[in-house]
Design a protein around this ligand. Structure first.
Ligand code: B12
Ligand code: SF4
Length: 467
């Protein structure tokens, strides 16, 4: 039995044209979901993973599969349906799963033979058995997996052409921010994989650089932090000779022992979501507000950096508190915090989130011709109507934010400081130049977006916000 597991492409997934920038290819990141599914697949299936980010293959020239599984983030949904259509026309059954299939079940059921919602780990073997016997059900729900059921991912199945390997050590996030899909999808219960499983899987990764995909690496409670320390100790003992990056909340900075252990285990940088230049702006959006309010954020960032780990700060533009001038304000605040990189995303109502429900009920989602418009739900296009910012206004704020933070003197200051402190200056330089390189292409992408939005959405608000 032949199984294809497919990660569809989205040419708009970054505002950067993949052909133009070698730093921004999505091929730097491996599609872990499919490697995990492959790990759960019995050996009688001949399994291939197709990552369209490496190039779209000529499916008709490939051997006919017996079953196709397709994953999709929302931004990949259109392409996923095209691929599904191709195989269904050939009479090959198609199963879809992942976050978009879970959040937009009805839409996906119309375009696939079967859908697996939520985490597939517990049900995938049954799905395959049903497929083998030709009696696939229309829907399976995996619920929240037991962490002992999570199979080691098949890191061997994809080519070596990726910059980062990927691994997951925990699932779920208790903070439940209203704009984020994670709590809705993986639940608020913070679940941790057994440490020996993680260490063994880490050892099977071939890449020297690894992305730990956990949404919240260390969790929030004392027992979560204690387990994170045990994990870091075990990774250090295993002497992996790898560097890894991860996502963490700012409470990562609150425990010196944790920081020292993380660095010893190979952590070379963390993404931290600050989201708003004034934590007050986050009031009403969920748990992050409590972690940030009243904190000396610059000192927190410095504590992380003192352990030679870089800090990438992530912010959102378009929160209800954001007014004209917010772009420069974010850039200034990020500079003051001392982050090594700044990543700013447009507030985007992702399906299944509380933000989606709120904006929908307020009639603030003009880009709503689905599934076509899902391709813009990359967080790099302003798909909603923002309270105090028009369409042109919010785009200008984004441009001015990035131009301010990634100015030549700004980059020089940051890289020099990393050089001086012997804190990975070359990585810092590459990251900063990559963002700066995006500025011109971003402006072109926004112009295209506005043109298409004008053409395809006659009723859409061109000029703007309600404030
Ligand atoms: C790693 C990651 C990335 C990597 C992706 C690497 C890759 N190619 O997969 C990078 C950095 C490239 C990335 C980019 C983006 N990401 Co991202 N990312 C994640 C993250 C943190 C982890 C995903 C992961 O690997 N999980 C581990 C695996 C094992 O779990 P899983 O993917 O859920 O798969 C399980 C089930 O879903 C199911 N399943 C999945 N696929 C399939 C398919 C079949 C057939 C079946 C049966 C089951 C099944 O089985 C798996 C095992 O249980 C998630 C957060 C999260 N918790 O999901 C966000 C997340 C998926 N990303 C998100 C977003 C918005 C994006 C971007 C659009 C924007 C951005 N700037 O970040 C881009 C778009 C990328 C694209 N290709 O279109 C959102 C998606 C929301 C949505 N509705 O789409 C998430 C949920 C984060 C959030 N805050 O809301 N991302
Ligand atoms: S802390 Fe991060 S992962 Fe957790 S809900 Fe908020 S944005 Fe999502």
């Amino acid at each position: 039995m032949r199984l294809y597991l497919i990660n569809p492409s989205n040419p708009l997934v970054s505002i950067v044209n993949v052909k133009e920038s070698r730093w921004n290819r999505y091929r730097v990141w491996k599609p872990l979901s499919l490697m995990v599914l492959a790990g759960l697949t019995p050996p009688e299936w001949e399994t291939s993973i197709v990552d369209e980010n490496l190039g779209v293959p000529d499916y008709s020239a490939m051997p006919r599969p017996d079953l196709v599984g397709i994953t999709a983030f929302t931004s990949q949904a259109n392409r996923a349906y095209e691929v599904a259509g191709h195989f269904r026309r050939l009479g090959v059954p198609v199963i879809m799963g992942g976050i978009h299939a879970t959040m937009c079940l009805d839409e996906v059921l119309e375009r696939a033979d079967s859908v697996v919602t939520r985490e597939a780990d517990g049900v995938w073997p049954q799905v395959l058995e049903d497929a083998r016997q030709g009696r696939l059900k229309r829907r399976y729900d995996g619920g929240f997996a037991e962490m002992t059921d999570v199979a080691p991912a098949r890191h061997d199945l994809l080519s070596r052409g990726y910059t980062f390997g990927a691994i997951q050590t925990t699932r779920g996030c208790p903070l439940n921010c209203s704009f984020c899909s994670v709590t809705a999808f993986n639940g608020a219960h913070y679940r941790q994989r057994p440490i020996p499983d993680v260490v063994r899987e880490f050892q099977s990764i071939r890449e020297k650089l690894v992305l730990v995909v956990d949404d919240n690496l260390i969790g929030t409670r004392p027992e979560h932090i204690a387990r994170a320390k045990d994990l870091f100790r075990a990774l250090a003992r295993a002497n992996l000779r790898k560097e890894w990056i991860a996502q963490a909340t700012i409470n990562f900075a609150d425990d010196e022992e944790l920081l020292a252990l993380a660095a010893k285990a190979g952590c070379s940088g963390v993404f931290v979501g600050f989201e708003s230049p004034s934590p007050e702006g986050l009031r009403g959006y969920g748990g992050k507000f409590n972690l940030l309010k009243g904190r000396d954020i610059r000192a927190s960032v410095q504590r992380i950096q003192r352990h030679k780990m870089l800090v990438a700060g992530s912010f959102i533009i378009g929160l209800d508190a954001d007014e004209p001038g917010v772009g420069r304000q974010i850039a200034e605040v990020a500079r003051r915090y001392g982050v090594d990189n700044l990543n700013v995303l447009f507030l985007t109502p992702l399906p299944g989130t509380r933000l989606w429900d709120q904006m929908k009920s307020e009639g603030r989602i003009p880009l709503d011709v689905f599934p076509q418009d899902w391709k813009y739900y990359t967080l790099t296009y302003p798909v909603a109507q923002y309270k105090h910012l028009s369409l042109d206004g919010i785009i200008q704020e984004m441009i001015s934010c990035n131009e301010t933070f990634y100015s030549v003197p700004g980059i020089f200051r940051r890289v020099f400081s990393n050089f001086w402190h012997r804190r990975k200056p070359w990585i810092s330089l590459a990251g900063n130049l990559s963002y700066r390189g995006n500025l011109r292409r971003a402006a072109e992408a926004y112009a295209d977006f506005k043109r298409q939005r004008g053409e395809g959405h006659d009723g859409a608000e061109e000029s703007g916000g309600s404030g």
